[in-house]
Write a protein that binds this ligand. Structure first.
Ligand code: GLN
Length: 210
């Protein structure tokens, strides 16, 4: 299995290390030809305007959309989630809006958790992870790190919600906001699993790669 990681800016090394740990070949993607012969792609967190601008400059948007049409699994974390979305709403983005791949039927607001809580950590209940969990891990909450995270404002009917902020568990913004979702072979998380030692989300993504 060969998984590409969009390596234009942001937290791509951390995803690479997770994949290595899982014994999966990771390929840094900077040019369209790097997408050849990949089984899946991770679009990391970072600054969505920068990643989007460079992706346009390097002619990567259309080939990534093509990859999705071919049914290859794609996972966007944080800024990557923004790029996968079909629409942007409001939010408090300080820069101009990034170009969107528009692959997933959801709208997001950038930097929408507000200044005071730029970053926060919370535990999430993610039943879908049980499918890839060891008996030891099963049912264990996932510790999620949010960094200037986008807020998913709405999801379309074909989108399966995998996790939302739990009022009971969350110290911040425990309002039921959707923070992880899946649409067929497409996955998004508003938080950063690659910054933890927990590989369950990476294993879950790999399970979508067929
Ligand atoms: N705030 C960033 C953006 O809007 C995303 C933050 C992140 O990826 N950690 O692009």
């Amino acid at each position: 299995m060969r998984i590409g990681i969009l390596a234009l800016q942001g937290a791509f090394i951390e995803h690479e290390k997770m994949l290595w740990q899982l014994g999966v070949e990771a390929v840094e993607v900077r040019r369209p030809e790097h997408l050849d012969r990949l089984d899946g792609l991770i679009i990391p967190g970072g600054e969505s305007t920068t990643i989007g601008k460079l992706a346009v400059e390097y002619g990567l948007l259309e080939p990534i959309q093509e990859m999705s049409r071919a049914g290859k699994a794609i996972w966007g974390t944080c800024a990557g989630l923004i790029l996968l979305a079909s629409g942007l709403s409001g939010g408090r983005g300080e820069h101009k809006d990034p170009p969107l791949l528009g692959l997933m039927d959801l709208t997001v607001a950038r930097n929408a958790f507000g200044r005071q809580v730029d970053s926060f950590e919370t535990d999430l209940v993610v039943p879908a992870l049980n499918a890839v969990s060891t008996p030891d891990e099963a049912g264990r909450p996932f510790h999620a790190i949010f960094i200037r995270a986008p807020r998913i404002e709405s999801v379309g009917p074909g989108v399966e919600v995998l996790a939302h902020l739990e009022p009971a568990l969350s110290e911040v913004e425990g309002d039921g906001t959707v923070v992880a979702a899946r649409q067929g072979h497409l996955l998004v998380t508003a938080f950063h699993p690659e910054l933890t030692a927990d590989t369950r989300f990476h294993r879950y993504f790999l399970s979508l790669v067929s």
